[in-house]
Design a protein around this ligand. Structure first.
Ligand SMILES: [Zn+2]
Length: 112
């Protein structure tokens, strides 16, 4: 079974297939498979175990991470919900309780 792509318009993961088109229930966008392959060739982000990560995934931090300006590190085992993948060295945008908006490196997390 092939995995459905996220909506290229709003990034929703709750897409489904309907008569050869992909449909996004959140913004109503419809698109064909050919387009989605193009979209998907962009960003490939893998966790510490080599699993592919997607927008909206939940991950766990696998080592203590120092944070500039914070009183303590982000502890190993911290759960992070609803990540967003971005380009660059720190390729995960997320919010962590007690720290606020953060950028993490995908090599320091694993998919839940
Ligand atoms: Zn959408």
């Amino acid at each position: 079974m092939s995995q459905l792509p996220n909506c290229p318009q709003c990034g929703s993961e709750y897409t489904y297939e309907d008569r050869g088109l992909f449909v996004c229930p959140e913004c109503g966008h419809e698109w064909s498979e050919a387009q989605s392959v193009e979209q998907e060739s962009g960003l490939v982000v893998k966790d510490a175990n080599g699993n592919l990560l997607q927008d909206g995934d939940s991950v766990t931090v696998i080592k203590d991470l120092k944070v500039k300006g914070a009183s303590g590190p982000i502890k190993q085992g911290t759960k992070v919900k609803n990540i967003r993948l971005v380009e660059g060295d720190h390729n995960i945008d997320c919010k962590i309780d007690g720290f606020g908006a953060m950028s993490l490196k995908s090599e320091f997390v694993k998919k839940n």
